[in-house]
Every structure is written in C-alpha cells, then in structure tokens.
Design a protein around this ligand. Sequence first.
Ligand code: SF4
Ligand code: SF4
Ligand code: SF4
Ligand code: FES
Length: 949
Amino acid sequence: MLSIAENDRGTPAATATATVTLEIDGRTVTVPAGTSVMRAAADNGTAIPKLCATETLTAFGSCRLCLVEIEGRKGYPASCTTPVAAGMKVKTQTPALGRLRRNVMELYISDHPLDCLTCPTNGHCELQDMAGAVGLREVRYGYDGANHREAVKDESNPYFTFDPSKCIVCSRCVRACDEVQGTFALTIQGRGFDSKVAAGQDESFLGSECVSCGACVQACPTATLTEKSLIELGQAQRSVVTTCAYCGVGCSFRAEMKGEELVRMVPNLDGQANHGHSCVKGRFALGYATHRDRITTPMIRSRIHEAWQPVSWETAIAHVAAEFRRIQAAHGKHSVGGITSSRCTNEETYLVQKLVRAAFGTNNVDTCARVCHSPTGYGLKQTLGESAGTQDFDSVMQADVVLVIGANPTDGHPVFASRLKQRLRQGARLIVIDPRRIDLVRAPHVQAAHHLKLRPGTNVAVLNALAHVIVTEGLVDDAFVAARCEAPAFAKWRAFVAQERNSPEALQDETGVDAAELRAAARLYATGGNAAIYYGLGVTEHSQGSTAVMGIANLAMATGNLGRAGVGVNPLRGQNNVQGSCDMGSFPHEFPGYRHVSDTAVRQSFEAAWGVPLHDEPGLRIPNMFEAALDGSFKGLYIEGEDIAQSDPNTQHVTAALGAMECVVVQDLFLNETAKYAHVFLPGSSFLEKDGTFTNAERRISRVRKVMAPKAGYADWEITQLIAQALGYPMQYTHPSQIMDEIAALTPTFAGVSFDKIDKLGSIQWPCNDEQPEGTPTMHVDAFVRGKGKFMLTEYVPTPEKVTARFPLLLTTGRILSQYNVGAQTRRTPNVLWHDEDRLELHPHDAEERGIRDGDWVGVESRAGDTVLRARITDRLQPGVVYTTFHFPGSGANVVTTENSDWATNCPEYKVTAVQITRVSQPSDWQRRHQAFTETQLDLLGAARAAAD
Ligand code: SF4
Ligand code: SF4
Ligand code: SF4
Ligand code: FES
C-alpha cells in the first residue's frame, strides 16, 4: 500500500511555461520556473529527505531536514523553500549534509515514543522513513530529558485520534486546514519546546470549529493524527479507486481494504474533481454500509400491516413480475411505473428506465431529480441547448467574481467550497444571494462583497433587477451577444428587463433587497472580470424554478460569461448522480440524452436496439403518479434507491398515494420511510458493492468500482435485470461495462464513452464523441449547443404561497454538512454527533414576539400540515423567515411543505412555505401517528428477521 508520502514530490508543481535549467548532483535538469529545488530534484529521480514539506501544501521550511548545498551560496538552504535559478549547481548528498540531517533526526527521535512495532502507522510513517533515509543509527541525547511522550490523546473526534506525544510540530496539519480545507481550525501554540498543535481555542477537536474533513489526518507525516478505523483494523492489504456516493462533487477515493473489510477511504490525489481532498461524509461516514439495520433478505407481504415474509430471490422476483402483470391485466399497461435514483449508478438508472419503457411497456418513469434539479435541465436546455452545467470545478480558480445563489456550498458541496474559498482568498470577489447568512458570507479570510438577503420566493425578481442594471447601465457585452445569441430574442429580453418595473428600486419592497446594494452587485458581476454563477436548490425548488434558471443563463449570456474557463453557469447537484440519472433518460418524456419520446427517429433507434415497440407519449411524473394512485388508476410502483415518503413534499399526500397502491416494490439498503408502505422489499447494494459510473455536477463520468461482494447477493443492476427476465423481457448483461456500451451506442453525447476509456483517462466529462474524444471540460466554447444562445423572458410571478395573518412567516429548507439528504446513510454513522436532530431556526425578533427561547419545542404549522421541532434562535435569518433541515424522518419537514411546484417541471416549491410558529409542549398529531406506525413496521421487520435467522 503506497502512503501519500511515497509519491510526494514535496512542493506543489509550478505552473509557469518558462523553464529554468540547473544542475543537481552533476545532472543537468530543466524544470518550470518557480519550481522548488526539492521538486526539481524529485521530478528528476532524487528524493531529498523531508518532513514538513508535502506537495499539497505551500512550502514552510521548518524541519530543516531537506538542506542542500548550492554552489556560491552560504550555509545550507532548505530545498523546499528555495526556488530553482538558471545555472544553479545543487548538491543533495554530501557528508556535511548527512551529518546535519542525522542531527535533526536525532532531536526529533529524542522526543518521540519508540513504540514503532505497536504503532498503527508502522511501516507507513514518514518519520520512520526519514530516520532510515538519513541513516540514523544512534540517539545521543537519550530519552530521559524533558519530552512530550506523556501528552494526553484527544479522542473526541469519532473518526480520528490526535496523539500529541507523536507530534513533531511540522505544522502540516495546520497548513492543510488553512490552505486545503479553509477552516483555519488549528494553530501552533507556544514557542520552542512548548509549541504544540491546538484545535480552536485549545479545545478538543470535536469542540472546535473542525469540520472533520480529514485533510490534517492525510497531511500528518506521523501517527499523531490517525484514523480510528486504521488503529482498530490495522493496515490495508489492497486498495481500489472508486467515487464517493454522497454529493454531486464526485470525489475520487482509494478504498483501502483488508479482506472484505473497509479500513479507510483515502481521497485520491489524482481525483480530477477533488485533487486529494474530501469532506467528513465521503471520507468517514461509511458505517452505514455494514450497519446492522441493513436488510439482506428479500421480503414480501400482501398488505402493509401484515408481517413481512422473508423469501428467496427467486420467489421475490417471480412475485414482483406476477403482481405487475396482474395489475396491468386488470388496470391497463400504464397502471404501473418506476422511479430511478440519483444515488444509483448510470448503468442501474439506465436499466430501470429501460425496464419500465421496454418491459412494463409504459413511459411512467421518473427520478428524484424531479424534486431537485429538473428546472436546471429545462432552463439550460431552453437557453443554451444542453441540460447541464457549463464548466469543470477547476474553472473556479480562474474566476474573478463568483456569484452564489440559492446554494450553501460549505454544507452541500464541501470539497468544491474549499476550492472556491481558496480562490476567494486569492482575491476573487463574492456575491451571495440567499435569504440566510450562509457560512460563505463570512468565513476565515473570506468576506462576501455583497450579500443580497432576499425574501424566499423572489429569485426571479432579483435576477430581473440584476439584468435591468446590466442593460440600462450599458454593461452588456454587445460583441458576445451579437456573435453568439439570437438577436430577436435578445432585443425582446432587453426591452423587457429595461422596464422600470424590473428596476431594483421598483422591486425593493417585494424582494427585500436594498436597491443600491443590488446595483453594486450587478456592476461587480458584469465588470469584475471572469464571472461565474454557482447555484443550487435554492434556485430550482420554487414555483418559478425554471424561470430562475433561465434568468441565470440570460445574465451569463448578456455579460459574455460563457464558453471559457473561469465563467459559466454551474448547477451544484445535490446527490452524487443527479446529473447521471437525468442523462440516462429517467424522465417520462425523454430517452437517454434528453431526446423526446415523440421523436420518431430517436424512438426507432431504441426500438431497434431493445427489440420492442415503445410508447410515443410522455408518461407520468412522480406527482402525477400520486394523483393517479389516489384516483385508482395507478397501482404498481418499482422504486430503486429512493425514499419518496420522506423526500417528497406534502408527506401525508405521498403516504396516502402509496397506501392506495397494490404493489409497491422498494429496492434499498434499509427499511426506509417508503419501504414501510411497501409490499415487496428487495435488498439493494451500497456503492462499495458494485461496478458502474456516476456523473457529477461537472458532467464528469467516473468509475464506481466494486470493493466488496454485495451483502445481499446482487448488485442493483442485476436485480433490475432479474425482474426484466421474469417479465419475459430478455436482459443478459454480465457486467455494467456492457450497459455503458449500449448507452454509448444509443446516445450521441456518450458516443465515445466506455469503461476502458474512463479507466485510461481517470474520468470523462461528456459530451464525449468524435469531435471531443476525451470529453468536454468547458461547454459552448465557440457556439452554444443549440447554435445561438436564446434569451428567455423571465416575467416574475409571485408564488401563490402567501404570508397571511394566520401564516405570517416563510419557511425555507436546506442541508447541513454532516448529514445527507434523507439521512438514511449518515444517520447510521457517528455523524449524528454533529447533528442529531433537525432544528427550526428563527430570528431573535420572531422568537421574542412568540415567547420562544432557544431549545423550546415549537409547532410549525402550514396550510399542508404541522410538525414540531426544537427552536434555534439565530440572526443568520432575517425577521419573517424561518429555516430547517430535513434529515430526520420524524421531523416532518415535508409534512409542512406544500404541493406548489415549478410551472415547467413540477419540481416542488420546498423553499417557500408560509407557516406559523408557536411554543408547544408535545409532538404533533402527525408525529405521534408516524412514531406509532414506525414502531409497528419495525416490529413487523423484527419478526421477519427472527424468522429468517
Ligand atoms: S499533528 Fe502531525 S501534521 Fe500536525 S504538527 Fe504534529 S506531526 Fe505535524
Ligand atoms: S479535520 Fe479538517 S477541519 Fe478539522 S482540523 Fe483537520 S483539516 Fe481542519
Ligand atoms: S464533497 Fe461530496 S463527493 Fe466529496 S467527499 Fe464530500 S460528500 Fe463525497
Ligand atoms: S522539508 Fe524543507 S524544511 Fe522541512
């Protein structure tokens, strides 16, 4: 197993194109200007001993182990902090250097426990390696003097230990926290012998601002900061590169394994989305995969209040096929459908929609992207011609202005946020448009130039006002617009946004945003250099979600901020494979590659490949499936990896619809909220148990590789295939690579994609075809995918969800770093230490008016329903706006959200719900019913498990 140090060249690569030639140990070498002597030597095969240097951090020069001799220079400069110079003559190995290095090592070792044999990093410790490299044979100072060997361990973090007795105060952890993660949680306190690493104000790691990203653990050259899993399990025997299954950043990891056991996840330095960084979820929150709650035996039952019956796979699959055929025979072909998951691989998602279209014979297939980024697909397709973000993440490092709207990257997309903060610390300016003061507004060494604290539901008005300033103050990039966009549409749009009613002043009362501040933000976006927009669900999950996405695209086109690095329109996708699930044809109206089912040529290509006639009309979207279920015309639903009973709005409506169906099949890891309403449970596989690909928010297709056998016997794609076969529709894939080959053959934007090519290139950003054989990091470079960019009119239509005397506050929702979506995975990990309940945040003014104190139970009542949460009083919010996360089923956040949805895509309006908040002393009726129902369902599951044992 390679440790990070073994390939580490000590300092970051220089980016200059000019080169410098010098001599190292008598050999002539040529390297980019700005390269350190250490890296120049390493690049040319000479490893200079080092401890405080690592190629992921700026050189610091504290350990003095990397000294070299340079002809004509006095003393022994540190090679890590000395840049190369033309004609320089460097010696890396001389008797004097050998003595000096041994002296340095002696000092370190004289204050270091000599318990190497029992140390968890034995054999993978840079201190140990360096002792060997410098030829240390004795420690003359003895071990009796003052030392730190009795220093007390900090075990507070659930995932890693801090053992200061082993610390060499190299400061790599501090610099990793500052430079890579951007949290600035660590410092070196004291001086000389007393200097030590301290978290926060000399607190425990858990008590400090530390967000448990693990960057310090990765950077530590000794066993001071070590994963607890490594301490417990010992070192790994093999590693497999795979992709995180949490958020849409798509970080690459090496899963380090011992037999079938996961020892640890190590962020992959070659990962093209994360460059060796990670967050607490992807790196540490993996315990769910082997949690005792996982169900590994298929189960069936006739009614949801009956006991589950554990059955064989053959029986379960035959039962599903029989039930779906029975329902179709009785109620028609379109009385059944399927839901794909953004958590599953592309190949699995593709198979589910193929199963529904080809084997069920209906287009009733939809995906959880319906409730998150479906407006992105629609809005970007209309304006730019492709339903995807325009850049790669690296692009942000060339942005001069970053506009973040309706996204909270430090919580939702943490590794991207770290990169963004790096760029902001380099001087890029930041505009945040959000009702709440997200962490980015004021972070260590980061301060937003403008925070437009808008009222929930007024995104489109704010975007129109920004456009108004750009148009009326002459800030349009006329040359770009003339060359790249449709002139008549632009003229119409220009006239529309120029109207006085779209001015910041006219909209100030509606949006709550100060007109002068908005004007300043618009000027900065239009004139500050490369300007990039990043947005999230705070844009899409509105009744005008699609309009807002189009408004964003309009702004980027008007200012010429598309088609090159550093700019663009970047949807931050929530789940790991939201982009992929959309690409794979999960929507009822589209085949893979966003092609309408009514397009005869496209449909015929699928008919020829799949060997069956296909329906030419769009099927039901998820909300329509619910309506049809309640009407009695929709009776059977196959749900792979999705928990609609928790994640979809108006929970009581959803559960009523599920309760009205005759056969609900849930394929998942756990008995989730939806599975409590299921008639068949098919145990799914975690991402560690299968091969396939995920596509992240950058359109980057990365490999998911199987690191352990499926716990229940089958990967999800195999289960879908078994159902198809049982229905009499042949599917005979033996590996997911064959599914990708079929996708590539049928989908022009994926034409050049194959597992072999991904393995060779590391990852591929689609489109990947003959024109772009290695993928497309930046889209729309010379022309838009649709030819000319199209400005769309974005009339602001206020949401029907109005505040009234009865419901005077606006509730909006969001995520938190330590939890993920419905929490099914992260709630089953120690991440609950950071967030063990969803709280209702409200402004001190609103709290005081209602006599609410921090920690009180409060009732949250909307037109749809009511729930009870504990209050957190915070001035992050503006008066009149309240906020909660939605990671715990019992919180009932979606009992309160309404059925309002985006006009174009039906994406629910999660972000705006009028509510009243009152102090209460007991759970809501719904919560009591939910608790009782959950207990019953867990009892039924317990009985089934006992029967299976
Ligand atoms: S904890 Fe590790 S990285 Fe940090 S100063 Fe100590 S030895 Fe260096
Ligand atoms: S885990 Fe991350 S946030 Fe915490 S101290 Fe280490 S680098 Fe900083
Ligand atoms: S940022 Fe997202 S993809 Fe990366 S480790 Fe965290 S959850 Fe996984
Ligand atoms: S590696 Fe250069 S001074 Fe530490």
